[in-house]
Design a protein around this ligand. Structure first.
Ligand SMILES: Cc1cc2nc3c(=O)[nH]c(=O)nc-3n(C[C@H](O)[C@H](O)[C@H](O)COP(=O)(O)O)c2cc1C
Length: 273
């Protein structure tokens, strides 16, 4: 688990069916709140499906190249139908509590797949950006009401060893017995140590701090990197936080996405916003 890194450059080799079955089995076996298992997984292996998934994830080149992707869906359709059959009612689509627990279920199951995949020599990467395209995903993959595609996991045999991403030090994350509010200086130090200073040379900086840049180059997808560089220049990015919250996840855009998400949820029959 300490060696695991997100893999974005995959070999073309298929993943054998017995291996896929094992990966699904550990997802099904994962802990589940109340053991109600509100999870469905759609496997995507076809060229056409992979292309569509790549488009709907902001054109991330590795999604197109991964031989296998799993769409993790929060599935209340099955539970609602079962409850009805049993002459009762399940209204998870209206209950934030059910939603949060189900989302936790989803991620616990997905992480089981990540860990087993790693131990079998496979690499994986989560694709969270599909949240921007829930309507389109539901339409293309014929996902019914009360089912939300919320996470994608791309899998394949790694072609190269990805860079190790910097992480916060243990002491930064750890609180003992009570939460201890860090000082401004401690916060500055924590992130300086994580990222190091931003470099004058944008190329060198990206190679070091934005592993996707290196991987896009390996996949000969220069347009991906060009987009990022142009934005960095336009916004005169001077440090890592600015890079994260102005370029990658611009605060205003993220807040505006609420509306889009709320509508997609409503169209899927969810009324939790
Ligand atoms: C919830 C979640 C969403 C993610 N979404 C994406 C994504 O859309 N595209 C991508 O290339 N990586 C994505 N990642 C992978 C992260 O970029 C990666 O975990 C992070 O850079 C740390 O690198 P490491 O996994 O190699 O430690 C996601 C990871 C998580 C946990």
């Amino acid at each position: 688990m300490m060696k695991r890194r997100s893999t974005r450059v995959f070999r073309d080799d298929e993943i054998a069916e017995p291996v896929i079955e094992k990966l699904i089995d550990v997802a099904v076996q994962a802990p589940s709140g109340g053991n109600i298992q509100p999870l469905s997984i759609i496997l995507v292996q076809s060229k056409e499906g992979r292309e569509k998934l790549a488009q709907l994830s902001g054109d991330q080149p590795w999604v197109r190249r991964a031989p296998l992707s799993m769409i993790f869906c929060l599935d209340f359709y099955r539970l609602k139908a079962w409850a009805k059959l049993c002459e009762t009612e399940f209204q998870g689509e209206k209950a934030i509590n059910h939603f949060l627990i189900a989302y936790a279920d989803l991620m616990v199951a997905a992480q089981n797949v990540v860990i087993l995949a790693e131990s079998l020599g496979l690499g994986s990467v989560y694709i969270g950006s599909i949240l921007n395209e829930i309507d389109e995903l539901r339409a293309y993959f014929e996902i019914p009401q009360y089912v939300l595609p919320l996470m994608v996991l791309c899998l394949g045999y790694p072609k190269s060893t990805p860079e190790t991403m910097p992480k916060l030090k243990r002491e930064v994350v750890l609180h003992r017995e009570r939460y201890r509010i860090p000082s401004v200086e401690e916060i500055r130090k924590a992130f300086d140590e994580k990222y190091g200073p931003i470099d004058e040379n944008v190329d060198r900086y990206l190679q070091k701090s934005f592993v996707e840049a290196l991987e896009a180059e390996r996949l000969e997808a220069p347009q991906y990197l060009e987009r990022v560089k142009k934005e960095m220049k336009r916004l005169e990015i001077r440090n890592n936080a600015q890079f994260l919250f102005k370029v990658r996840y611009p605060t205003k855009v993220m807040v505006r996405l609420n509306q889009r998400l709320a509508k997609a949820f409503q169209r899927a029959g969810f009324e939790i916003f």
